[in-house]
Design a binder for this molecule. Sequence first.
Ligand code: NAP
Length: 445
Amino acid sequence: MEKILEAIQAGASGDEIANLPIPDSYRAAFVKRDEAAMFEGVESWDKDPRKSLHVDEVRTPELAPDEVYIAVMASSINFNTVWTSIFEPLPTFGFLDRMARESEYGARHARDEHIVGSDASGVVLRVGAAVRNWKPGDRVTVQCNYVDDQDPSAHNDSMLASNQKIWGFETNFGALADLSVVKANQLMPKPTHLSWEESAVNGLCSATSYRMLVSDNGARMKQGDSVLIWGATGGIGGYAVQYVLNGGGTPIGVVSSPERAQTLNRMGCEAVIDRKAANYQFWSDEHTQDEKEWRRFGKDIRNVNNGEDVDIVFEHPGRSTMGASVFAAKRGGTIVTCAATSGYMVEFDNRHFWMKLKQLVSSHFANYAESWAANKLLCEGKIQPLLTDTYTLEQAGEASLAVHQNKAEGKLGVLCLAPGEGLGVDDPERREAIGDDKITMFKGN
Ligand code: NAP
Protein backbone atom coordinates (compact mmCIF):
# COMPACT_ATOMS: atom_id res chain seq x y z
CA MET A 1 0.00 0.00 0.00
CA GLU A 2 2.98 2.34 0.51
CA LYS A 3 3.70 2.45 -3.24
CA ILE A 4 0.05 3.21 -3.89
CA LEU A 5 0.09 6.06 -1.38
CA GLU A 6 3.32 7.46 -2.85
CA ALA A 7 1.79 7.42 -6.33
CA ILE A 8 -1.41 9.14 -5.18
CA GLN A 9 0.53 11.82 -3.35
CA ALA A 10 2.82 12.38 -6.31
CA GLY A 11 -0.22 12.92 -8.57
CA ALA A 12 0.43 9.78 -10.66
CA SER A 13 -1.61 9.40 -13.85
CA GLY A 14 -4.46 6.89 -14.15
CA ASP A 15 -2.25 4.62 -16.28
CA GLU A 16 0.51 4.70 -13.68
CA ILE A 17 -1.96 3.86 -10.94
CA ALA A 18 -3.45 1.08 -13.07
CA ASN A 19 0.01 -0.53 -13.32
CA LEU A 20 0.65 -0.65 -9.59
CA PRO A 21 0.23 -4.13 -8.12
CA ILE A 22 -2.74 -4.72 -5.81
CA PRO A 23 -1.32 -6.09 -2.54
CA ASP A 24 -2.33 -9.57 -1.30
CA SER A 25 -3.32 -8.14 2.06
CA TYR A 26 -4.19 -4.78 3.56
CA ARG A 27 -4.87 -3.08 6.93
CA ALA A 28 -8.48 -3.05 8.08
CA ALA A 29 -10.74 -2.66 11.13
CA PHE A 30 -12.92 -5.69 11.80
CA VAL A 31 -14.93 -7.64 14.36
CA LYS A 32 -14.36 -11.37 14.82
CA ARG A 33 -16.97 -14.11 14.47
CA ASP A 34 -15.65 -16.02 17.49
CA GLU A 35 -16.06 -12.93 19.67
CA ALA A 36 -19.72 -12.29 18.84
CA ALA A 37 -20.80 -13.33 22.34
CA MET A 38 -18.10 -11.30 24.15
CA PHE A 39 -20.56 -8.75 25.60
CA GLU A 40 -23.17 -11.21 26.84
CA GLY A 41 -24.67 -9.91 30.11
CA VAL A 42 -23.13 -6.43 29.64
CA GLU A 43 -25.49 -3.40 29.52
CA SER A 44 -25.69 -1.90 26.02
CA TRP A 45 -24.21 1.43 27.14
CA ASP A 46 -21.16 -0.34 28.65
CA LYS A 47 -20.33 -2.42 25.59
CA ASP A 48 -16.98 -1.07 24.47
CA PRO A 49 -16.12 -1.09 20.73
CA ARG A 50 -12.44 -0.72 21.63
CA LYS A 51 -12.57 -4.35 22.82
CA SER A 52 -14.28 -5.76 19.74
CA LEU A 53 -12.81 -3.72 16.86
CA HIS A 54 -9.41 -5.04 15.79
CA VAL A 55 -7.04 -3.45 13.29
CA ASP A 56 -4.83 -5.88 11.43
CA GLU A 57 -3.93 -7.25 7.99
CA VAL A 58 -6.66 -9.04 6.03
CA ARG A 59 -6.59 -10.97 2.75
CA THR A 60 -7.48 -8.96 -0.37
CA PRO A 61 -10.64 -10.39 -1.97
CA GLU A 62 -10.96 -11.14 -5.67
CA LEU A 63 -12.64 -8.46 -7.84
CA ALA A 64 -16.05 -9.11 -9.48
CA PRO A 65 -16.63 -7.71 -12.99
CA ASP A 66 -18.91 -4.89 -11.77
CA GLU A 67 -16.60 -3.84 -8.93
CA VAL A 68 -13.56 -1.63 -8.39
CA TYR A 69 -10.73 -1.62 -5.90
CA ILE A 70 -10.29 1.72 -4.20
CA ALA A 71 -7.48 3.01 -2.05
CA VAL A 72 -9.40 4.35 0.94
CA MET A 73 -7.86 7.68 1.93
CA ALA A 74 -10.37 8.41 4.69
CA SER A 75 -13.55 7.05 6.19
CA SER A 76 -15.94 7.97 8.98
CA ILE A 77 -17.78 6.42 11.91
CA ASN A 78 -21.45 5.76 11.47
CA PHE A 79 -23.85 4.36 14.00
CA ASN A 80 -23.99 1.09 12.05
CA THR A 81 -20.33 0.48 12.98
CA VAL A 82 -21.36 0.98 16.60
CA TRP A 83 -24.14 -1.63 16.16
CA THR A 84 -21.73 -4.11 14.53
CA SER A 85 -19.06 -3.59 17.16
CA ILE A 86 -21.42 -4.13 20.10
CA PHE A 87 -23.13 -7.05 18.26
CA GLU A 88 -26.58 -5.41 18.59
CA PRO A 89 -29.36 -5.98 17.82
CA LEU A 90 -27.62 -9.07 16.43
CA PRO A 91 -24.15 -10.08 15.17
CA THR A 92 -23.70 -9.07 11.52
CA PHE A 93 -22.09 -12.38 10.47
CA GLY A 94 -25.59 -13.68 9.62
CA PHE A 95 -25.80 -11.05 6.82
CA LEU A 96 -22.47 -12.22 5.42
CA ASP A 97 -23.46 -15.90 5.53
CA ARG A 98 -26.73 -15.13 3.73
CA MET A 99 -24.81 -13.23 1.08
CA ALA A 100 -22.50 -16.20 0.61
CA ARG A 101 -25.46 -18.28 -0.53
CA GLU A 102 -26.36 -15.78 -3.30
CA SER A 103 -23.50 -16.29 -5.77
CA GLU A 104 -19.88 -17.25 -6.28
CA TYR A 105 -18.78 -13.68 -5.64
CA GLY A 106 -21.17 -13.40 -2.70
CA ALA A 107 -19.28 -16.28 -1.08
CA ARG A 108 -16.20 -14.07 -0.65
CA HIS A 109 -18.03 -12.12 2.07
CA ALA A 110 -18.55 -14.97 4.54
CA ARG A 111 -15.34 -14.69 6.50
CA ASP A 112 -14.52 -14.93 10.18
CA GLU A 113 -13.71 -11.21 10.14
CA HIS A 114 -16.26 -8.56 9.27
CA ILE A 115 -14.49 -5.45 7.92
CA VAL A 116 -16.77 -2.55 8.81
CA GLY A 117 -17.34 1.01 7.64
CA SER A 118 -19.84 2.59 5.22
CA ASP A 119 -18.26 5.88 4.14
CA ALA A 120 -15.12 6.49 2.11
CA SER A 121 -13.20 8.93 0.02
CA GLY A 122 -10.40 7.53 -2.07
CA VAL A 123 -8.87 6.73 -5.43
CA VAL A 124 -9.91 4.06 -7.91
CA LEU A 125 -7.08 1.54 -8.38
CA ARG A 126 -8.57 -1.11 -10.71
CA VAL A 127 -11.89 -1.59 -12.42
CA GLY A 128 -13.63 -4.88 -13.19
CA ALA A 129 -14.28 -5.91 -16.79
CA ALA A 130 -17.91 -4.67 -16.77
CA VAL A 131 -17.21 -1.21 -15.32
CA ARG A 132 -17.93 1.61 -17.79
CA ASN A 133 -17.94 5.02 -16.13
CA TRP A 134 -14.92 4.93 -13.86
CA LYS A 135 -11.19 4.41 -14.33
CA PRO A 136 -8.02 4.09 -12.27
CA GLY A 137 -6.95 7.42 -10.81
CA ASP A 138 -10.50 8.78 -10.37
CA ARG A 139 -10.98 10.52 -7.03
CA VAL A 140 -14.23 9.37 -5.53
CA THR A 141 -16.55 9.18 -2.60
CA VAL A 142 -18.62 6.08 -2.00
CA GLN A 143 -22.32 5.71 -1.23
CA CYS A 144 -23.21 2.63 0.76
CA ASN A 145 -26.33 1.34 -1.04
CA TYR A 146 -25.24 -2.10 -2.27
CA VAL A 147 -27.71 -3.20 -4.94
CA ASP A 148 -28.04 -6.35 -7.00
CA ASP A 149 -29.07 -4.93 -10.39
CA GLN A 150 -30.12 -8.39 -11.66
CA ASP A 151 -33.11 -8.30 -9.33
CA PRO A 152 -36.27 -6.80 -10.93
CA SER A 153 -37.28 -5.37 -7.56
CA ALA A 154 -34.22 -3.10 -7.73
CA HIS A 155 -35.40 -1.20 -10.79
CA ASN A 156 -37.94 1.25 -9.45
CA ASP A 157 -36.45 2.58 -6.25
CA SER A 158 -33.36 0.49 -5.49
CA MET A 159 -33.97 0.88 -1.75
CA LEU A 160 -36.96 -1.39 -2.37
CA ALA A 161 -34.79 -4.15 -3.82
CA SER A 162 -35.53 -7.41 -2.06
CA ASN A 163 -31.83 -8.02 -1.35
CA GLN A 164 -30.75 -4.40 -0.79
CA LYS A 165 -27.78 -4.13 1.58
CA ILE A 166 -25.65 -1.51 3.26
CA TRP A 167 -21.98 -1.81 2.31
CA GLY A 168 -19.69 -2.37 5.32
CA PHE A 169 -22.63 -3.33 7.53
CA GLU A 170 -24.51 -6.05 5.66
CA THR A 171 -21.55 -6.75 3.34
CA ASN A 172 -17.91 -7.37 4.06
CA PHE A 173 -14.88 -5.35 2.85
CA GLY A 174 -16.09 -2.05 4.31
CA ALA A 175 -14.44 1.33 4.40
CA LEU A 176 -12.47 1.35 7.65
CA ALA A 177 -9.42 0.02 5.84
CA ASP A 178 -6.65 1.03 3.45
CA LEU A 179 -8.36 -0.71 0.55
CA SER A 180 -11.91 -1.65 -0.30
CA VAL A 181 -13.97 -3.42 -2.92
CA VAL A 182 -17.08 -1.52 -4.03
CA LYS A 183 -19.59 -1.84 -6.83
CA ALA A 184 -19.17 0.70 -9.63
CA ASN A 185 -22.70 1.96 -8.89
CA GLN A 186 -21.55 3.07 -5.43
CA LEU A 187 -19.07 5.61 -6.78
CA MET A 188 -19.56 9.37 -6.91
CA PRO A 189 -17.15 12.23 -7.68
CA LYS A 190 -15.18 13.54 -4.72
CA PRO A 191 -15.88 17.24 -3.97
CA THR A 192 -12.76 18.96 -5.32
CA HIS A 193 -12.67 21.64 -2.61
CA LEU A 194 -12.68 19.23 0.34
CA SER A 195 -9.90 17.26 2.02
CA TRP A 196 -9.99 13.45 2.11
CA GLU A 197 -11.53 13.37 5.59
CA GLU A 198 -14.01 16.19 4.86
CA SER A 199 -15.14 14.27 1.76
CA ALA A 200 -15.42 10.97 3.62
CA VAL A 201 -17.86 11.94 6.37
CA ASN A 202 -20.94 12.89 4.34
CA GLY A 203 -22.10 9.98 2.19
CA LEU A 204 -24.22 7.95 4.57
CA CYS A 205 -25.67 10.65 6.83
CA SER A 206 -26.19 13.37 4.24
CA ALA A 207 -27.95 11.08 1.75
CA THR A 208 -30.11 9.58 4.53
CA SER A 209 -31.30 13.06 5.51
CA TYR A 210 -31.80 14.02 1.85
CA ARG A 211 -34.15 11.08 1.27
CA MET A 212 -35.99 11.68 4.55
CA LEU A 213 -36.69 15.33 3.88
CA VAL A 214 -36.18 16.31 0.25
CA SER A 215 -36.87 13.27 -1.88
CA ASP A 216 -40.28 12.22 -3.21
CA ASN A 217 -39.67 9.03 -1.22
CA GLY A 218 -39.53 10.94 2.06
CA ALA A 219 -41.42 13.82 3.68
CA ARG A 220 -41.37 16.01 0.51
CA MET A 221 -40.45 19.14 2.42
CA LYS A 222 -41.68 22.38 0.82
CA GLN A 223 -40.42 25.95 1.12
CA GLY A 224 -41.83 27.42 4.33
CA ASP A 225 -42.26 24.08 6.11
CA SER A 226 -41.18 23.94 9.75
CA VAL A 227 -39.28 20.80 10.69
CA LEU A 228 -38.59 19.50 14.18
CA ILE A 229 -35.18 17.79 14.15
CA TRP A 230 -34.11 15.50 16.98
CA GLY A 231 -30.33 15.28 17.55
CA ALA A 232 -29.91 18.38 15.40
CA THR A 233 -26.12 18.56 15.77
CA GLY A 234 -25.67 14.80 15.34
CA GLY A 235 -24.77 12.96 12.14
CA ILE A 236 -28.08 12.87 10.28
CA GLY A 237 -29.57 15.78 12.27
CA GLY A 238 -26.79 18.19 11.30
CA TYR A 239 -27.38 17.51 7.60
CA ALA A 240 -31.15 17.72 8.13
CA VAL A 241 -30.78 21.25 9.53
CA GLN A 242 -28.82 22.23 6.42
CA TYR A 243 -31.37 20.71 4.03
CA VAL A 244 -34.20 22.56 5.76
CA LEU A 245 -32.36 25.89 5.63
CA ASN A 246 -31.24 25.25 2.06
CA GLY A 247 -34.80 24.43 1.00
CA GLY A 248 -36.40 27.53 2.49
CA GLY A 249 -37.84 25.88 5.60
CA THR A 250 -37.53 26.57 9.33
CA PRO A 251 -35.62 24.03 11.41
CA ILE A 252 -36.50 23.60 15.08
CA GLY A 253 -33.47 21.80 16.49
CA VAL A 254 -33.54 19.64 19.61
CA VAL A 255 -30.21 19.10 21.37
CA SER A 256 -28.95 18.23 24.84
CA SER A 257 -26.56 21.01 25.86
CA PRO A 258 -26.10 24.80 25.65
CA GLU A 259 -22.93 24.21 23.56
CA ARG A 260 -24.93 22.23 21.00
CA ALA A 261 -27.59 24.96 21.04
CA GLN A 262 -24.88 27.47 20.17
CA THR A 263 -23.67 25.27 17.32
CA LEU A 264 -27.20 25.35 15.92
CA ASN A 265 -27.33 29.14 16.16
CA ARG A 266 -24.01 29.34 14.29
CA MET A 267 -25.53 27.15 11.56
CA GLY A 268 -28.42 29.59 11.19
CA CYS A 269 -30.96 27.56 13.16
CA GLU A 270 -32.57 30.04 15.53
CA ALA A 271 -35.34 27.89 17.01
CA VAL A 272 -33.68 25.56 19.50
CA ILE A 273 -34.91 23.34 22.32
CA ASP A 274 -32.47 22.01 24.92
CA ARG A 275 -34.11 18.71 25.87
CA LYS A 276 -31.86 18.23 28.88
CA ALA A 277 -32.62 21.64 30.33
CA ALA A 278 -36.34 21.04 29.70
CA ASN A 279 -35.99 17.62 31.34
CA TYR A 280 -38.87 16.03 29.44
CA GLN A 281 -40.14 12.82 31.05
CA PHE A 282 -42.14 11.37 28.16
CA TRP A 283 -42.13 7.97 29.89
CA SER A 284 -43.30 8.14 33.51
CA ASP A 285 -42.27 4.49 33.92
CA GLU A 286 -41.14 1.70 31.60
CA HIS A 287 -44.71 1.04 30.42
CA THR A 288 -46.47 4.42 30.64
CA GLN A 289 -46.15 7.60 28.63
CA ASP A 290 -47.16 10.96 30.06
CA GLU A 291 -49.36 13.02 27.75
CA LYS A 292 -48.82 16.09 29.93
CA GLU A 293 -45.15 15.97 28.99
CA TRP A 294 -46.03 15.72 25.28
CA ARG A 295 -48.22 18.81 25.72
CA ARG A 296 -45.38 20.68 27.49
CA PHE A 297 -43.09 19.74 24.60
CA GLY A 298 -45.70 20.91 22.06
CA LYS A 299 -45.99 24.24 23.85
CA ASP A 300 -42.19 24.67 23.85
CA ILE A 301 -42.17 24.02 20.11
CA ARG A 302 -44.91 26.59 19.46
CA ASN A 303 -42.99 29.10 21.60
CA VAL A 304 -40.06 29.00 19.19
CA ASN A 305 -42.11 28.43 16.01
CA ASN A 306 -44.37 31.48 15.79
CA GLY A 307 -47.11 29.76 17.75
CA GLU A 308 -47.42 26.91 15.24
CA ASP A 309 -47.05 23.13 15.31
CA VAL A 310 -44.49 21.65 12.96
CA ASP A 311 -45.17 20.34 9.45
CA ILE A 312 -42.56 17.58 9.69
CA VAL A 313 -40.83 15.70 12.49
CA PHE A 314 -37.40 14.25 11.68
CA GLU A 315 -37.47 11.21 13.98
CA HIS A 316 -34.73 8.71 14.85
CA PRO A 317 -34.30 8.31 18.65
CA GLY A 318 -37.23 5.85 18.55
CA ARG A 319 -38.81 4.55 21.73
CA SER A 320 -37.93 7.50 23.97
CA THR A 321 -39.37 10.14 21.61
CA MET A 322 -41.81 8.56 19.13
CA GLY A 323 -44.92 9.22 21.23
CA ALA A 324 -43.95 12.89 21.56
CA SER A 325 -43.02 13.13 17.87
CA VAL A 326 -46.38 11.82 16.67
CA PHE A 327 -48.13 14.17 19.10
CA ALA A 328 -46.04 17.20 18.04
CA ALA A 329 -46.63 17.02 14.27
CA LYS A 330 -49.37 19.39 13.12
CA ARG A 331 -52.75 18.25 11.80
CA GLY A 332 -51.95 16.63 8.45
CA GLY A 333 -48.24 16.70 9.25
CA THR A 334 -45.61 14.05 8.59
CA ILE A 335 -43.34 12.09 10.90
CA VAL A 336 -40.43 10.63 8.98
CA THR A 337 -38.32 8.01 10.73
CA CYS A 338 -35.16 6.11 9.86
CA ALA A 339 -34.01 4.67 13.17
CA ALA A 340 -34.62 3.82 16.80
CA THR A 341 -31.44 4.55 18.74
CA SER A 342 -33.16 4.28 22.15
CA GLY A 343 -35.28 1.21 21.33
CA TYR A 344 -37.28 -0.09 18.38
CA MET A 345 -40.50 -1.13 20.16
CA VAL A 346 -42.12 2.27 19.82
CA GLU A 347 -45.49 3.42 21.09
CA PHE A 348 -47.73 6.36 20.22
CA ASP A 349 -51.33 7.36 20.86
CA ASN A 350 -53.14 6.40 17.69
CA ARG A 351 -55.98 8.85 18.40
CA HIS A 352 -53.63 11.81 17.94
CA PHE A 353 -52.44 10.18 14.75
CA TRP A 354 -55.65 9.30 12.92
CA MET A 355 -57.92 12.08 14.20
CA LYS A 356 -55.40 14.64 13.00
CA LEU A 357 -54.71 12.85 9.73
CA LYS A 358 -50.97 12.62 10.22
CA GLN A 359 -48.62 10.50 8.13
CA LEU A 360 -45.82 8.24 9.23
CA VAL A 361 -43.14 7.75 6.57
CA SER A 362 -40.40 5.18 6.91
CA SER A 363 -37.06 5.87 5.32
CA HIS A 364 -33.81 4.01 5.00
CA PHE A 365 -30.56 5.33 3.51
CA ALA A 366 -30.97 6.46 -0.13
CA ASN A 367 -30.93 5.14 -3.67
CA TYR A 368 -28.05 5.99 -6.03
CA ALA A 369 -29.93 8.93 -7.59
CA GLU A 370 -30.68 10.41 -4.16
CA SER A 371 -27.09 9.91 -2.99
CA TRP A 372 -25.85 11.50 -6.21
CA ALA A 373 -28.14 14.52 -5.72
CA ALA A 374 -26.92 14.91 -2.12
CA ASN A 375 -23.29 14.61 -3.26
CA LYS A 376 -23.88 17.24 -5.98
CA LEU A 377 -25.03 19.72 -3.32
CA LEU A 378 -21.80 19.01 -1.41
CA CYS A 379 -19.72 19.47 -4.56
CA GLU A 380 -21.47 22.81 -5.15
CA GLY A 381 -20.72 23.95 -1.59
CA LYS A 382 -24.44 24.25 -0.73
CA ILE A 383 -24.21 21.57 1.97
CA GLN A 384 -21.16 21.47 4.25
CA PRO A 385 -19.36 18.53 5.81
CA LEU A 386 -19.94 18.11 9.55
CA LEU A 387 -16.45 16.94 10.44
CA THR A 388 -15.71 17.66 14.10
CA ASP A 389 -12.69 15.48 14.79
CA THR A 390 -10.36 13.09 12.99
CA TYR A 391 -9.02 9.77 14.26
CA THR A 392 -6.50 7.29 12.87
CA LEU A 393 -7.60 3.84 11.70
CA GLU A 394 -5.98 2.34 14.81
CA GLN A 395 -8.34 4.52 16.87
CA ALA A 396 -11.52 3.26 15.12
CA GLY A 397 -12.68 1.62 18.38
CA GLU A 398 -12.18 4.81 20.35
CA ALA A 399 -14.06 6.85 17.75
CA SER A 400 -16.91 4.32 17.75
CA LEU A 401 -17.12 4.54 21.54
CA ALA A 402 -17.47 8.33 21.33
CA VAL A 403 -20.41 7.94 18.90
CA HIS A 404 -21.92 5.13 20.99
CA GLN A 405 -21.83 7.28 24.13
CA ASN A 406 -23.16 10.42 22.42
CA LYS A 407 -19.92 12.31 23.12
CA ALA A 408 -19.46 13.51 19.57
CA GLU A 409 -21.22 16.22 17.60
CA GLY A 410 -21.47 15.99 13.81
CA LYS A 411 -19.22 13.40 12.24
CA LEU A 412 -15.94 11.78 13.19
CA GLY A 413 -13.50 11.25 10.34
CA VAL A 414 -10.97 8.42 10.20
CA LEU A 415 -7.69 8.69 8.30
CA CYS A 416 -6.98 5.44 6.47
CA LEU A 417 -4.21 5.76 3.84
CA ALA A 418 -4.10 9.56 4.10
CA PRO A 419 -0.99 10.31 6.19
CA GLY A 420 -2.42 13.47 7.75
CA GLU A 421 -5.30 15.91 7.87
CA GLY A 422 -6.07 18.56 5.26
CA LEU A 423 -4.74 16.62 2.26
CA GLY A 424 -6.54 15.93 -1.00
CA VAL A 425 -7.92 19.42 -1.72
CA ASP A 426 -7.76 19.66 -5.52
CA ASP A 427 -9.34 23.09 -5.97
CA PRO A 428 -8.17 25.59 -3.32
CA GLU A 429 -9.72 28.55 -5.19
CA ARG A 430 -13.12 26.93 -5.03
CA ARG A 431 -12.59 26.24 -1.33
CA GLU A 432 -11.78 29.88 -0.75
CA ALA A 433 -14.85 30.99 -2.69
CA ILE A 434 -17.13 28.74 -0.61
CA GLY A 435 -15.43 29.83 2.62
CA ASP A 436 -13.20 27.90 4.97
CA ASP A 437 -15.28 29.08 7.93
CA LYS A 438 -18.39 27.43 6.46
CA ILE A 439 -16.59 24.22 5.48
CA THR A 440 -14.98 23.78 8.90
CA MET A 441 -18.07 24.93 10.82
CA PHE A 442 -18.10 21.84 13.10
CA LYS A 443 -14.34 21.39 13.50
CA GLY A 444 -13.26 21.14 17.12
CA ASN A 445 -16.86 21.05 18.48
P1 NAP B 1 -25.41 10.57 16.22
O1 NAP B 1 -24.41 11.35 15.44
O2 NAP B 1 -24.98 9.88 17.45
O3 NAP B 1 -26.59 11.60 16.57
C1 NAP B 1 -27.78 11.20 17.19
C2 NAP B 1 -28.28 12.30 18.10
O4 NAP B 1 -29.59 11.95 18.53
C3 NAP B 1 -27.46 12.43 19.36
O5 NAP B 1 -26.39 13.30 19.16
C4 NAP B 1 -28.47 12.98 20.36
O6 NAP B 1 -28.44 14.40 20.29
C5 NAP B 1 -29.82 12.50 19.81
N1 NAP B 1 -30.35 11.45 20.67
C6 NAP B 1 -29.78 10.25 20.99
N2 NAP B 1 -30.56 9.56 21.83
C7 NAP B 1 -31.66 10.33 22.05
C8 NAP B 1 -32.83 10.18 22.84
N3 NAP B 1 -33.03 9.08 23.58
N4 NAP B 1 -33.74 11.18 22.81
C9 NAP B 1 -33.55 12.30 22.08
N5 NAP B 1 -32.45 12.50 21.32
C10 NAP B 1 -31.52 11.53 21.31
O7 NAP B 1 -26.10 9.47 15.31
P2 NAP B 1 -26.55 9.61 13.78
O8 NAP B 1 -25.44 9.21 12.89
O9 NAP B 1 -27.19 10.92 13.58
O10 NAP B 1 -27.64 8.44 13.72
C11 NAP B 1 -28.83 8.55 14.48
C12 NAP B 1 -29.60 7.25 14.34
O11 NAP B 1 -29.99 7.09 12.98
C13 NAP B 1 -28.81 5.99 14.70
O12 NAP B 1 -29.66 5.07 15.34
C14 NAP B 1 -28.39 5.44 13.35
O13 NAP B 1 -28.18 4.04 13.36
C15 NAP B 1 -29.58 5.82 12.50
N6 NAP B 1 -29.29 5.96 11.06
C16 NAP B 1 -30.09 5.29 10.21
C17 NAP B 1 -29.85 5.39 8.87
C18 NAP B 1 -30.69 4.65 7.88
O14 NAP B 1 -30.36 4.61 6.72
N7 NAP B 1 -31.78 4.03 8.28
C19 NAP B 1 -28.82 6.20 8.39
C20 NAP B 1 -28.05 6.91 9.31
C21 NAP B 1 -28.29 6.79 10.66
P3 NAP B 1 -28.65 15.32 21.61
O15 NAP B 1 -28.11 14.52 22.79
O16 NAP B 1 -27.87 16.57 21.34
O17 NAP B 1 -30.13 15.57 21.72
